[in-house]
Design a binder for this molecule. Sequence first.
Ligand SMILES: [Zn+2]
Length: 402
Amino acid sequence: MTGAGAPRSAAGAPRRNTARLLRLVHEEGPVTRAELTRRTGLNRSTTLALVGELVALGLVHESENPAPGAVAPTVGVGRPSPVVRASADVVAVAVTVEIDAVTVALVGLDGSIRHRVTSPAASRPSAPEAVAAVAALLDDLAERMRPVRTVGIGVSIPGTVRVEDGLVRYAPHLGWRDEPFAQPLAAATGLPVRVANDANLGALAEHLYGSGRGVSDLIYLNGGASGIGGGVISAGRPLSGADGYAGELGHTFVADNGIRCHCGAFGCLETEASRAALVAVTGVAADDLPALAVALDTGGPAVQAVVDRQVAALATGLRNAIHSVNPEVVALGGFLGTLLGHVGDRIVTAVRAQSMAAMADRVRIVPTALGPDVLLRGAAEIGFRDLLDDPEFSPQQEVTTP
Ligand SMILES: [Zn+2]
């Protein structure tokens, strides 16, 4: 936004306070008005007016019902403070593009996933094909659903992305180089579009809503069809680097005499620990992680030999990452979460065995708490960004949902 002076809301308060309240309700879930007053330090009448504004904008609802699990007031005789909830009918479109599928979901401002559809791809889609698939899936949703208000689109890409303009610089497994993505998708849908790297979105989602909630320093590793992506939250903020490409932990060196990687190097983490190798030795369908979990648990010596190699590679990769970042939590998504579920404490034990005690004593290595929703939640988060920055933002567009 440009222009002199801070924008003011209809109630006359600086709009940044309205935005602050909206973000709190969005990120924290149902919260009492009294708690909002306490958390923001605003006075009660200001909170009342600003919540009223958010209600008038259709972004939140207020009810007298206590929040589930809310503690009843122990003193005072007044009525309990009303509970403020974000609206499920204000949605962002969350998109994930992978080599074998394009998925589109409508995610409510309250974090609910309202609907999701996946279009399997027989061969890896080109960028224009992926844009067309997203637009077609959205049209399909629009025809079958009742009206909701859509505020933006967030897209997760397994590659490096120039976030200012949504240009995909390099997505090796998709075979994309310098492919515009945000602009053609915005043109096709009439909605604002933001695009980001998949693992960076996973790190953001885990930090806000998952196993890294309340944690300022965390690493997220995404094990997808396209190898391993990494995202880092450091001191509570996404680690971006000079060009926005920080956290490519899939290409850190983990093995002598390793396999040649598409990046040109040998022995990258993503060549030594891969979904493809686990799928090949177990014979399960490539995208069926529940079946993979069963196959790992019941597999014979050949399966366990592959698991052992991958655990060793992953432990070395995590050792490198932990010594660089000093995280409190490492969250593993996709097939890496499945692998962790199979071997349990073996990974953290292997990491601790080769790490400085001060680094590894406190670190927790956990599966993503958001499960298969992790990238969609991260993509929705950037789809909501314009609205969260300015609650009066409107792209002037409606689509529909069930
Ligand atoms: Zn590599």
